[in-house]
Design a protein around this ligand. Structure first.
Ligand code: UT7
Length: 328
């Protein structure tokens, strides 16, 4: 195989130390461990404290990545940061991370695609790498969801957590790496999942603050319905397109928003839970970080050539499935 493909060649993660448990949430809003475990499947989530931001988590993960792979900051030629919680409107969080790490020979930017941010970003950087012009790409994916979560709203505050990941993406000419994607975006979801305040439509004002418009709002039931059918449709289509049977597939790596969504998608794909990466119980929905955080935790169990399908669904709506073969 002489065609160039893009492969994930290393992953690191940063998880804040503070664990916000269901018991603690039960003291903040009218909820319980039983409800959250039954309806969503989350036990605890990490929260970033101390006035730190998304770029701090990304920089920590990226620092570990560069050290582990003996990569000098000068060797990085492109940086893409997938996040919904940039440090600020601008400069892009990618720029801030470059400054913190001393990356000087690269260019880059941020990509916002809600919970599909990671797969959209992986496909984007893959195209750069496949062009043959980029040798070492730094892909950052993470969110400080606690910054946009309303801790007086019991319908959203149990769902989200903070985390960041950093991945090295490099060219390969073997039969591994990113093979295919099937992505979609519509505008349907903007009614059901959004953060409205602070943009050009509703710039920050006393009114936007008093209406709590700077927090994430969601019609959970509607989002749930679309998430199950859309995520399963693209994942099943990807299996058909590449004639991958449930036995052939090593792992499904789903976005971690709700254990019931993950179960429904796995069932439609004909998979048993042993083939599904699930860590939602420990971290909740860390938005752009969920899929790479799963990959990071499963590295000891992954083998070169393993067939993986990544699937995500999020605000927009945005959704999609990717097919890749693990590279190391
Ligand atoms: O990653 C981005 C995409 N997001 C998603 O994929 C999330 C999709 N949606 C979901 O995961 C689920 O819809 C939720 C977890 C958000 C909610 O679960 P649900 O089973 O759809 O609950 P619901 O919204 O239908 O609410 C059922 C009941 C309501 O009470 P009544 O009206 O039946 O009396 C809620 O008020 O549960 C109540 N409720 C709660 N009770 C205890 C809602 N939140 C809570 C809570 N604790 N935290």
């Amino acid at each position: 195989m002489s065609e160039i493909r893009a492969a994930i060649t290393a992953i690191e993660a940063f998880l804040p130390e503070y664990r916000l448990t269901n018991q603690e949430l039960g003291k903040m809003v009218d909820t319980s461990d039983e409800w959250i475990m039954q309806r969503v499947g989350i036990k605890e989530r990490r929260i970033l404290k101390g006035g730190l931001a998304t770029s701090d988590m990304m920089a920590e993960a990226a620092k570990k990545l560069l050290e582990k792979t003996h990569t000098s900051p000068d060797e990085i030629d492109f940086v893409l940061a997938a996040t919904n919680t940039p440090d600020m409107w601008f400069p892009a969080t990618a720029c801030i991370v470059c400054d913190k790490l001393g990356i000087r020979n690269a260019w880059g930017y941020d990509l916002l695609a809600a919970c599909s941010g990671f797969i959209y970003a992986l496909e984007t950087v893959s195209k750069f790498v496949e062009s043959g012009r980029y040798r070492k790409v730094l892909l950052l994916a993470g969110d400080k969801m606690s910054a946009i979560t309303d801790y007086t709203d019991r319908t959203t505050c149990p769902l989200f957590g903070d985390a960041a990941t950093a991945l090295l993406i490099e060219p390969v000419t073997e039969d591994v790496g990113v093979i295919d994607h099937l992505f979609r975006v519509d505008g349907v979801g903007r009614r059901y999942l959004h953060l409205q305040g602070g943009g050009s439509l509703y710039p920050a004002s006393h009114d936007t603050i008093s209406k709590r418009m700077h927090y994430t709002h969601q019609d959970g039931k509607m989002v749930f319905k679309y998430a199950v059918s859309n995520m399963a449709d693209v994942a099943v289509e990807m299996m058909k397109r590449h004639q991958i049977s449930p036995d052939d597939l090593a792992w499904l790596v789903p976005h971690q928003a709700n254990l019931r969504i993950i179960d429904a998608v796995s069932r439609r794909m004909g998979l048993t839970t042993e083939k599904v990466m699930i860590n939602i119980e420990k971290y909740g929905n860390t938005t752009a970080a969920t899929i790479p955080l799963c990959l990071y935790e499963w590295i000891p169990r992954l083998k070169k050539g393993d067939k993986l399908i990544l699937a995500a669904f999020g605000g927009g709506f945005t959704w999609g499935a990717m097919y890749l073969k693990w590279a190391y």
